[in-house]
Design a protein around this ligand. Structure first.
Ligand code: CAA
Length: 258
């Protein structure tokens, strides 16, 4: 595996692991982290032997936000010219399903990185928030848009305007988190979930992710039209024939693309 400066990566079975590794800064997301995560996720995405990706941090922090020290002295012009967080769009565009396994702080850009993933699995120690307002700024990696879609306008507005953190059980009730597990079980549970996903047919995973993304971005009627077309297109895959034949024959499917 390639060596990265700020993350650790590993392929275990059909699951690609990305572990944020800046313990001295609670995994704050500087430009190098963005480059490393994007490169690692893109490499896993290009590899048909990988059917799911897990992004995780440390016990203490998934990520405590964008790197404040890196940004502090920048001018507005510099932030715009560099499109400081623009590279993250490539991570969000990965076609392989991505699970965020969150323990400890997921704040600011950390919460936003988790929300770029398809599923957020949280340890009972996880804390989510968009504290940018305390720094005199606002969320900059998608939080103002994705948080509203996850938890609704009023909850998102309260979190973004007060900057307060919410714990894992509140995040689960609010719909941000798929499931809360004991901290000691987080990685094992993430692995189990990722293996379950990675065992499915890749074309259907890509298709599912494409229509899920569309639901976030398009009006309902357009999303429903896209869903019907993508659903129909999957009937040209061998895996659809195998999946449905296996159902009829009461056996497990043996997908070609996994
Ligand atoms: N950027 C840079 N460094 C950070 C950081 C960040 N976001 N978060 C923590 N660190 C550093 C601290 O500066 C500290 O470094 P030093 O030891 O060199 O001083 C180290 O990580 C440990 O942090 P603390 O000593 O502060 O740890 P704590 O346990 O006392 O507090 C915390 C933990 C509440 C998470 C606190 O670190 C904190 O509030 N961090 C900032 C959270 C934040 O504001 N995030 C939003 C950032 S802006 C953003 O994300 C914009 C966007 O939308 C993309």
């Amino acid at each position: 595996m390639t060596d990265y400066e700020t993350i650790l990566t590993e392929a275990r079975g059909r699951v690609g692991w990305i572990t944020l590794n800046r313990p001295e800064a609670l995994n704050a997301l500087n430009t190098q982290v963005m480059k490393d995560v994007v490169a690692a996720a893109s490499a896993f995405d290009a590899d048909d032997a990988i059917g799911a990706i897990v992004v995780t941090g440390s016990e203490r922090a998934f990520a405590a936000g964008a790197d404040i020290k890196e940004m502090e002295s920048k001018t507005g012009g510099e932030m715009l010219m560099a499109d400081h967080f623009g590279g993250w769009a490539q991570f969000a565009a990965v076609r392989t399903p991505v699970i965020a396994a969150v323990s400890g702080y997921a704040l600011g850009g950390g919460c936003e990185l988790a929300m770029m993933c398809d599923i957020i699995l949280a340890a009972d120690t996880a804390k989510f928030g968009q504290p940018e307002i305390n720094l005199g700024v606002i969320p900059g990696m998608g939080g103002s848009q994705r948080l509203i879609r996850a938890v609704g306008y009023y909850k998102a507005a309260e979190l973004i305007l007060t900057g307060r953190m919410m714990d894992a059980s509140e995040a689960e009730r609010a719909g941000l988190v798929s499931r809360v597990v004991p901290a000691a079980d987080l990685l094992a549970e993430a692995e189990k979930m990722a293996e379950t996903i990675a065992a499915k047919s890749l074309p259907s995973l890509y298709a599912a992710k494409a229509v899920l993304d569309a639901a976030m971005e398009t009006p309902m009627a357009e999303g429903l039209r896209l869903e019907r077309h993508v659903f129909a297109a999957l009937f040209d895959t061998a895996d659809q024939k195998e999946g449905m034949a296996a159902f009829r024959e009461k056996r497990s499917p043996d997908f070609e693309n996994r």
